[in-house]
Design a protein around this ligand. Structure first.
Ligand code: HGY
Ligand code: MN
Ligand code: MN
Length: 416
């Protein structure tokens, strides 16, 4: 007969206050601007570090800039239960992506203290550097450092304006020369839980308060560089143009066709485009595009790449432009183990909350940390399924539900 796990309750008012306070840091009229390494990001990191100390955690910054809070357990010989997420946002993003997981993790530690319950396992709360990858185009940067998954491109990363990651890491307390010391050994951790908004429509549409994540999507990212010939928009006959924008438009429609009507992979997006010289009366001589595909099946991502390259070849020839497709990064999909899914489902039932299983279409730090310890994710509904936009919203009740499930998962993991 297993002892019933200790009980403790989330303070939903405190959770809501902290979430709203963080949601004001780095906000402007276009949304959240806490892009990694920005002064807004630093302000958000300072705020959560203060909350962590207030919750009784020791707080340190590792060489990759990750903020790591820790409270000891009653048994010094057991590995830590880790909770984490990120406080950096996409440009003009929302106030819940990442932020909810960090604020709820801190709330879990506070609620345990309020209940006078010290778990056997130590608890670590991690705020991971540059989860979004907006800066340096290297996403999951901090969590991949913890998992020992950095690639040469991370060490040598340059931002769009030529600034090196080496020069930037100190802005958040990091140090490139010691970044390998951020790597943690699997035996240091018992397991990892991340609470996150779904960022899609399933839970909100279905009326489910909790999502048990079954797996996290794979993602392949490409830089497409199209070079034609800048020329006069008024005097150049259509037949003599080498128009980089016409080629770019065809590539963008092809990306939609590959994931859409061709169903080669689950989704495809052209999210960024730089037009040169970007003047209304000049035929663009060059267009640079960011392309990404996502799918749980890596073979589908490979097939999407083949199709992208074939299309680039065809369009380059037809438009007489040079098109270079460079693979920037390929992040493998990660399944969540049955045991860890069951832990989250049991934690939901402990809270009397209905739950449904679903895959994650978004990437998360959990998919990096899963490389060194069993990981699980708890989702709560995103109203209207909107995310990565200022309209991103989750209700205080849903946020509190998610935090309670996170707390229950810690209690169950601690007991098991
Ligand atoms: O892009 C993503 O999937 C995540 O929000 N970083
Ligand atoms: Mn996120
Ligand atoms: Mn995000």
């Amino acid at each position: 007969m297993t002892a019933t796990p200790a009980s403790a309750a989330i303070n939903s008012a405190r959770l809501d206050d902290h979430l709203n306070a963080l949601g004001q840091i780095g906000r402007d009229e276009f949304g959240m601007q806490r892009v990694a390494f920005s002064r807004q990001d630093v302000a958000g990191r300072d705020y959560v570090s203060t909350l962590m100390r207030g919750a009784g955690m020791s707080v340190r910054i590792d060489p990759a800039g990750n903020i790591i809070g820790r409270v000891e357990g009653t048994d010094p010989g057991v590995p830590a239960i880790v909770l984490g997420s990120h406080t950096d946002t996409v440009p003009s993003g929302g106030a819940y992506d990442g932020a909810l997981g960090v604020i709820a993790a801190i709330e879990v530690v506070e609620a345990l203290r309020d209940a006078g319950h010290t778990p056997r396992h130590p608890i670590e709360v991690m705020v991971f550097t540059n989860e979004e990858g907006t800066s340096f185009h290297r996403w999951l940067l901090g969590s991949r450092a913890v998992a020992g998954l950095w690639e040469p491109e991370d060490f040598a990363a340059l931002d769009d304006d030529g600034v090196t990651l080496t020069d930037t890491l100190p802005n958040i307390g990091g140090n490139m020369s010691r970044v390998e010391a951020a790597r943690r050994r699997p035996e240091e951790f018992a397991c990892y839980f991340e609470l996150h908004i779904e960022q899609g429509p399933t839970l909100h549409r279905g009326g489910f308060p909790i999502g048990v994540v079954t797996g996290i999507t794979g993602r392949s990212v490409y830089h497409v560089d199209i070079v034609g010939e800048a020329n006069h928009a008024g005097t150049t006959p259509m037949a003599l143009r080498r128009d980089a924008m016409s080629a770019a438009a065809q590539i963008a429609l092809a990306v939609r066709r590959i994931a859409g009507e061709m169903e080669v992979c689950r989704v495809g997006t052209v999210g960024s485009m730089d037009v040169h010289p970007n003047a209304g009366n000049v035929i663009p001589g060059r267009v640079q595009m960011g392309v990404e595909f996502r799918d749980e099946r890596m073979e589908s991502l490979a097939a999407a790449e083949v199709e992208l390259r074939r299309t680039a070849e065809e369009v380059g020839h037809a438009e007489q432009v040079a098109i270079a497709v460079t693979a920037q990064r390929n992040t493998p999909s990660v399944p969540i183990s049955g045991n860890m899914q069951q832990l989250v489902a049991d934690a939901s039932e402990m809270a009397g909350l209905e739950h449904v299983s679903l895959p994650s279409g978004a990437g998360h730090d959990a998919q990096a940390i899963a490389a060194i310890t069993p990981a699980a994710m708890v989702f709560v509904p995103s109203v209207g399924g909107i995310s990565h936009a200022p309209a991103e919203f989750s209700t205080p009740e849903d946020c509190a539900n998610g935090a309670q499930v996170l707390l229950n998962a810690v209690l169950l993991a601690d007991e098991r």
